[in-house]
Design a binder for this molecule. Structure first.
Ligand SMILES: Cc1ncc(COP(=O)(O)O)c(C=O)c1O
Length: 428
């Protein structure tokens, strides 16, 4: 076996091309906001492992908790109970919005979404599911069936799950109805009513699934009035409202969950990514009245609720509480937002800067206002040259995700902002 070839060549030999890496180089260590490459470069990591490392790489309390758990017990599957997993569930439920009282642990975001869809169908006895155009919910067959952020993810996999309907996501900067916030009136919701009138009656819809902040699809928050009206519409028709907080949850927006900015609680929530600082863990969370209708055997898992992941999750929640990271993300995130927003008027390529806390999107546009993936990629490349790692999102990869760990220091934040602003100015 040849282990001396460059790592990218070795990777090409062993991985399917379907496995995509944003950057072609290899990382050997992670330290807080930094990663260290195999040739010794120290890079500021504002990708946070795809919005997972909300308290940075290898937080000492997470490492310590995981190590101690590993020395005691790694896995029991569904064979026995274990206190760490019960405590992790209690901790997670203690930070949930109102009415979410029981959970099911799984491993990934897509698995949680699949679980939520199964739960909604099981409990309501209805088949229809409504999701949003442009949304990303994962890659398993269930999650993919409700994912429409890119046709490339769905190509050649049809037929997907039946009885899935799409309503437009309220992506206001690119309003699908060319309305403005003043003339809007939450028109996207009338499209939902059109689905009810023409395609499937509301009595046959189990759930509406939505990301309160569109993630992969472009880092665009749904307006508060929209989420409130959607909640009432679901109540009126006995439809379960599912919020996918896989990317927007666990403190990233300055609240534990982004729906708290709107003061709207779902019936079912999916959580993953930041839940255990990089250890695989996810959860489907719902009210007791819903969960108690899901009998033994209706859903299951071998690895979900792994004890090491659960120990890491407990430590993660403690760190966010003890270090006051929600407040920090709210305050410093707002400062970053205001500063980057100045670019909207001073730089023609910056169409809009938006978000909450440390979940900020910078959207790039062409002269005609179309998505400008090319400019976005050039800015990302220029930032990399200066030692800052950023990643894009959006249909045309035309939005930069500005997602540092919530533990980022003032100096790191300042240095990242200077690099980003300089890269954007360099585009004129
Ligand atoms: C909102 C949302 N839901 C679900 C997923 C899927 O998560 P995973 O990749 O862990 O399956 C993602 C991943 O980016 C996501 O952003």
């Amino acid at each position: 076996m040849e282990y001396t070839a460059p790592i990218s060549r070795r990777a090409d030999q062993v991985f399917t091309p379907a496995l995509h890496f944003y950057y072609p180089f290899s990382i050997v260590r992670g330290e807080g906001t930094y990663v260290i490459t195999d040739d010794g470069k120290r890079l500021l990591d504002f990708s946070s492992g795809l919005a997972v490392l909300n308290i940075g790489h290898n937080h000492p309390q997470v490492v310590d908790a995981a190590r101690r758990q590993m020395e005691r017990l790694i896995h029991t599957g569904g064979v026995y109970l274990n206190e760490t997993t019960v405590t992790a569930a209690e901790m997670l439920l203690s930070i949930m919005p109102e009415g979410l009282e029981c959970l099911f642990f799984s491993n990934s975001g897509a698995e949680a979404v699949d679980g939520a869809l199964k739960l909604a169908r099981f409990v309501t006895g209805r088949q229809g599911i409504v999701s949003c155009t442009g949304a990303f919910h994962g890659r398993t067959f269930g999650a993919l069936s409700v994912t429409t952020s890119s046709a490339a993810y769905r190509a050649r996999y049809h037929p997907l799950l039946p009885s899935i309907y799409q309503m437009p996501y309220p992506y206001c900067f690119r309003c699908p109805f060319r309305r403005t916030p003043v003339s809007c009136g939450q028109h996207c919701l009338s499209e939902l009513e059109t689905i009810f009138r023409h395609r499937i009656p509301p009595e046959e819809i189990a759930a509406v699934l939505i990301e309160p902040i569109l993630g992969e699809g472009g880092y665009s928050p749904a307006p508060v009035p929209f989420l409130k009206k959607l909640r009432s519409l679901c109540n009126r028709h006995g439809i379960l409202l599912i919020f996918d907080e896989v990317q927007s949850g666990m403190g990233r927006t300055g609240q534990w969950f982004s729906c708290e900015h709107a003061g709207v609680s779902p019936d079912i929530m999916t959580v993953a990514k930041g839940i255990a600082s990089g250890f695989p863990l996810s959860a489907v969370v719902a009210g007791r009245n819903i969960m108690e209708q899901w009998p033994p055997g209706a859903h299951g898992t071998t690895f979900g609720g792994n004890h090491v992941s659960c120990a890491a999750s407990i430590a993660t929640i403690k760190v966010i509480r003890e270090e006051g990271l929600l407040e920090k993300a709210r305050v410093q995130g707002q400062e970053v937002l205001e500063r980057l927003r100045r670019l909207e008027s001073t730089h023609r390529l910056v169409g809009q800067v938006r978000g909450y806390g440390f979940m900020i999107g910078v959207e790039f546009v062409t002269e005609e206002g179309e998505p400008n993936g090319d400019a976005c990629q050039k800015v990302i490349n220029a930032c990399l040259q200066k030692g800052l790692i950023l990643i894009g999102c959006g249909r045309e990869r035309h939005v930069i995700r500005f997602i540092p760990p919530l533990t980022v220091s003032r100096e790191e934040l300042e240095s990242a902002l200077e690099i980003l602003e300089e890269a954007i100015r360099g585009m004129s």
